[in-house]
Design a protein around this ligand. Structure first.
Ligand code: APR
Length: 232
């Protein structure tokens, strides 16, 4: 009997307990910076060094951080379910803890990309990407991150996966940024959705939702025991 499909949409909140700042909570990542200066193509054109420094700082932070219990539980659920993680996060904590099926909607912090040929993608060893770091065709490398206003290449794949879920989890995202936030609308009405977050995101229009208003590690532990009972 094949395993039921569990799809988890994760956001910055699942990395909060690893010490990585979220975006919109107080003291969040956007408070120190203007989004348009560090996370848009226009900001990159205006001042690429500022953008490179912003992501270098985030890479340093990610290297100092480690996966938390919430990340671990999503791996443990792979014993019982066919788990796909669709993350808005650019850190590699899901992979570092052993999740085997992770889709990054907004790119990857530890990858760079050519500015003249987007298919040229390179791993970033360590924390630094500098002006003068060039692709094999001689153009400046940029963070392999989806900036505001740019296409989200993986959104079609992600929406198909969401539409095939037997269970859908939302963990640690304010669901304010589209198209990622729209994925929940691809999940069939009959499919149970669990939303784990200390704050209730505004998705009251979505049927068949159960809110677990806890932080990720606690909410996922509660969910795991719930699922253990109903899908034994
Ligand atoms: N456990 C679970 N959820 C938490 C925790 C925690 N310990 N701490 C905070 N949260 C929740 C907040 O209540 C909020 O709902 O995590 C969510 C964080 O929301 P955002 O900061 O908006 O992060 P996210 O939803 O991932 O942002 C989406 O916006 O800026 C862009 O590209 C960026 O991927 C990001 C996207």
């Amino acid at each position: 009997m094949s395993k039921k499909k569990l799809v988890a949409l994760t956001g910055a909140g699942i990395s909060a307990e690893s010490g990585i700042a979220t975006f919109r909570d107080s003291g969040g990542l956007w408070e120190g910076h203007k989004v348009e200066d560090v996370a848009t193509p226009e900001g990159w054109e205006r001042n690429p060094k500022l953008v490179l420094d912003f992501y270098n700082e985030r890479r340093k932070k990610a290297l100092e951080s480690k996966p938390n219990r919430g990340h671990e539980i999503l791996v443990e659920l792979e014993k019982q379910f066919d788990v796909t993680i669709i993350t808005q996060n650019v850190d590699d904590l899901h992979e570092r803890v052993g999740s085997t099926n992770v889709i990054h909607l907004h790119g990857k912090l530890f990858e760079s990309r050519s500015t003249i040929n987007p298919s040229l993608i390179y791993p970033i060893e360590g924390w630094e990407l500098k002006l003068g770091d060039l692709c094999e065709q001689g153009s400046q490398l940029r963070p392999n991150i989806v900036w505001f206003g740019e296409a989200v290449p993986m959104i079609e794949v992600a929406s198909i996966i969401a539409s095939t879920a037997d269970i859908f989890l939302v963990v640690g995202t304010s669901l304010l940024v589209y198209p990622a936030a729209g994925l929940i609308d691809y999940v069939p009405d009959r499919v149970k959705k669990f939303v784990i977050d200390p704050q209730k995101p505004d998705i009251l229009h979505v049927p068949n939702i159960e809110f677990i208003t806890e932080k990720g590690s606690v909410g996922l532990a509660k969910l795991k025991s719930k699922l253990g009972l109903s899908f034994s």
